[in-house]
Write a protein that binds this ligand. Structure first.
Ligand code: IPE
Ligand code: IPE
Ligand code: MG
Length: 253
């Protein structure tokens, strides 16, 4: 019997996997613990999944770590979570570097405390020359925030005479998003049994395959990732065409 890992077709990996890491709070509560305990254990899953993606040769992994709306959680949780995220990134930078992983951050980082911005910038700088897995942390990110800032910048550039509104295309808009240097995710995973997008990459997920699992994020491991990838590989991606067209294209290479 082949292991899940062996069943994966490495020629047909999703180039970009995006994950909504959900369920830390419930995981902790089920164990009679504080929510921060769940976030703390969620870090172990992050390590494991980053390693799993790097081993397989996935090019981009985006992790939704903190949303714009998460700022409205109780102050102790927000502070604890931001500290945990920044400290983890700082501690793991050396390992990222050793494994040729390049860190990116998307989101309204100006909302973060100054020490956190400084730490993040250092890690971004240290890993900037790496050419392996691109690890994108969505921090203080939400799609609606991103779209509003894109519209503002486009309006400013129109006003400054840099672009003519008549020439704006999907490509133009894409260049104003915080993901301008990333391909669209092909596979989006959400853990812990919620069937929603929660303001995550709304524009970029237009044709992503969505995969939902009941597994809570702190329990999510490589095997769960492999299951999601195998599920993805069993799907037919049509991009608006008919199944017959897609199959013909497939045969003709
Ligand atoms: C995901 O777990 C982590 C963040 C949103 C930061 P949650 O904290 O949302 O956990 P649940 O959904 O309450 O279980
Ligand atoms: C989405 O999870 C945000 C992150 C995983 C960072 P939430 O737990 O905040 O989403 P909702 O509130 O259940 O939609
Ligand atoms: Mg949640």
């Amino acid at each position: 019997m082949q292991s899940l890992r062996e069943q994966i077709n490495l020629q047909r990996l999703p180039r970009h996997i995006a994950i909504i890491m959900d369920g830390n709070g419930r995981w902790a509560k089920e164990k009679g613990q504080d929510r921060l305990y769940g976030h703390f254990h969620g870090v172990e899953s992050v390590r494991n999944i980053v390693e799993g993606c790097a081993e397989l040769g996935v090019e981009y992994l985006t992790l939704y770590a903190f949303s714009t709306e998460n700022w409205d959680r109780p102050e102790y949780e927000v502070t604890g979570l931001i500290e945990l995220l920044v400290e983890t990134i700082r501690k793991e930078t050396e390992t990222l570097n050793k494994n040729n992983i390049k860190l990116h951050v998307i989101g309204d980082v100006k909302m973060l405390p100054e020490y956190a911005q400084k730490e993040l910038n250092e890690s971004l700088q240290i890993t900037s020359q790496n050419t392996g897995l691109n690890l994108v942390m969505a921090l203080s990110y939400s799609s609606r925030w991103e779209l509003v800032q894109a519209v503002k910048h486009i309006a400013e550039d129109v006003k400054a005479g840099k672009i003519d509104p008549a020439t704006i295309t999907q490509n133009t808009l894409q260049q104003y998003l915080v993901t301008s240097n990333l391909p669209d995710p092909e596979l989006m995973i959400r853990t812990s049994g919620e069937y929603r997008i929660s303001n995550f990459l709304l524009y970029q997920l237009a044709y992503a395959e969505l995969y939902f699992t009941n597994v809570r994020w702190p329990d999510f491991r490589k095997e769960n990732l492999y299951e999601a990838i195998l599920d993805f590989q069993g799907r037919e991606r049509r991009f608006g065409k008919t199944g017959d067209q897609v199959q013909k294209e497939h045969i003709n290479g």
